[in-house]
Design a protein around this ligand. Structure first.
Ligand code: GFB
Length: 329
């Protein structure tokens, strides 16, 4: 077994587990995954606690005394949001990581799980990307701000382990999707953006669907509940310094993905590729063999996951239509 894996799992039963960012796509999936663990899940909404404010974070943690923290809160977004708001991506992610990680140390939290992203790795790293590729090359410029802030968080977690013996661990997921995703044409990641566009195009009876970039880049996708199962698995079984990659291992081109999304949504027209929009990194599939060897495997295929994500999108869209209709009456 690789370094850092526990023979006897950490029991989560009876623990007070703070899911920071519980309302987001990842955080809400973690809450679902923790539902079967007989633990108490602590949540606090953004309007009651701004994680970028150090004194507020410290006071909240002192008052609520979590035993375990899953740090799923972050400013996230797709390639468009990363390009438009690099200052926000730096500031918010650096502040959230620094406040929660240092606060966890100061409050004597038993375990903390920090979440990064596959974009922390150099853009020319050998594929599939293993954790030891970190900081061995230049980052992809389209998400440099987010990547640097996440690298700082992961390095900080390692430093608290090294200096103070804190049981702080890190997981690096590949591109995620699923229920609770952000649907916003300019700021979303590719799956929710294409789903929204294809849904609207089908409704209008358009002939074509516009896909950003060349369609050639490859991406590795993971359904968010598979990630959440991996995170609970890591909380119980992992206590090491090295970040753990969590991915499906399957790559698909953006062009093929767009066709799949169009099929799920029922859009029968053609695809056009808008090369005025960025492609981002060409490939970034990760080596997730460490967690797979330890016992976690993804359960939800891309085809199945896209169907589930579209059902969630429709429920959300229907909710909006209903609200608008009520407001008008
Ligand atoms: O999901 P996405 O925005 O993020 O884009 P990244 C993935 C690919 O899909 C890119 C293409 O090649 C996009 O050009 N794409 C096609 C689209 N149509 C669309 C569209 O309508 N919207 C979007 N957003 N993309 C992100 C990073 O990179 O990966 C984040 O920016 C994070 O920081 C995340 O690390 C995991 O995979 O390029």
């Amino acid at each position: 077994m690789d370094e850092g894996w526990l023979r006897a799992p950490l029991s989560l039963a009876g623990k007070r587990i703070w899911v920071a960012g519980h309302a987001g796509m990842v955080g809400s999936a973690v809450c679902r995954a923790l539902a079967g663990e007989s633990c108490e899940v602590l949540m606090v909404s953004r309007d009651r606690l701004d994680l970028r404010e150090q004194a507020d974070v410290r006071a909240w943690m002192k008052a609520h005394r979590p035993d375990v923290i899953v740090l799923a809160a972050a400013r996230v977004g797709g390639i468009g949001a990363n390009a438009a708001y690099p200052a926000d991506f730096y500031h918010d992610n650096l502040m959230i990581s620094a406040n929660v990680i240092h606060g966890a140390y100061a409050c004597g939290v038993e375990k903390l799980l920090f979440l990064g992203s596959s974009c922390i790795y150099p853009k020319d790293a050998d594929l599939p990307i293993a954790p030891d590729a970190l900081l061995r090359g230049v980052l992809e410029p389209t998400n440099e701000a987010y990547a640097l802030a996440k690298i700082a968080g992961l390095k900080m977690a390692q430093a608290y382990r090294a200096q103070h013996g804190c049981d702080f661990i890190s997981a690096m997921p590949c591109n995620l999707y699923g229920p609770g995703d952000r649907y916003d044409l300019r700021g979303s990641h590719v799956i929710p953006a294409l789903m929204m566009k294809a849904h609207e195009a089908a409704r209008r009876g358009d002939d074509v669907l516009s896909v950003w970039g060349s369609g050639a880049p490859l991406r590795e996708f993971l359904y968010v509940d598979d990630l959440a199962a991996a995170l609970v698995f890591l909380l119980k079984y992992y206590s090491g310094s090295a970040p753990v990659n969590v991915g499906s291992g399957d790559e698909i081109s953006i062009g093929d993905l767009a066709r799949k999304v169009a099929d799920v949504v029922g859009f029968r027209g053609g695809l056009v590729f808008d090369c005025s929009q960025p492609d981002g990194v060409y490939r970034k599939v990760m080596d997730s063999s460490v967690i797979k060897k330890a016992g976690w495997l993804p359960q939800i295929s891309l085809d199945c996951g896209l169907g589930l994500a579209y059902a969630d999108f429709c429920q959300m869209a229907f909710g909006e239509i209903k609200t608008a209709a009520v407001a008008e009456s």
